[in-house]
Design a protein around this ligand. Structure first.
Ligand SMILES: [Zn+2]
Length: 77
């Protein structure tokens, strides 16, 4: 069975899209972006955003090989 995620086509030009992800820089190195439900919830004493109890999904971003358009998806794990 073919992986449906691997068969994306560009909505701009119809070209083939390559799977990847947006790399976010973190203190520990580079991490993959997450989509988190709801708005950012910042702690009272910290500038970091709390995401522990929220629904979150890893974001996959596809890039068109022809025109470079990007399109992101956050599928169910
Ligand atoms: Zn394209």
């Amino acid at each position: 069975m073919a992986d449906p995620v691997a068969e994306r086509t560009c909505m701009e030009c119809g070209g083939p899209m390559e799977r990847g992800f947006i790399a976010d820089h973190s203190y520990g190195g580079i991490v993959q972006s997450l989509w988190v439900a709801g708005g950012p919830d910042r702690g009272r004493f910290s500038k970091s955003i709390k995401v522990k109890r929220k629904r979150q999904f890893v974001v996959e971003t596809f890039r068109c090989a022809y025109c470079g358009a990007l399109r992101s998806y956050a599928p169910d794990a």
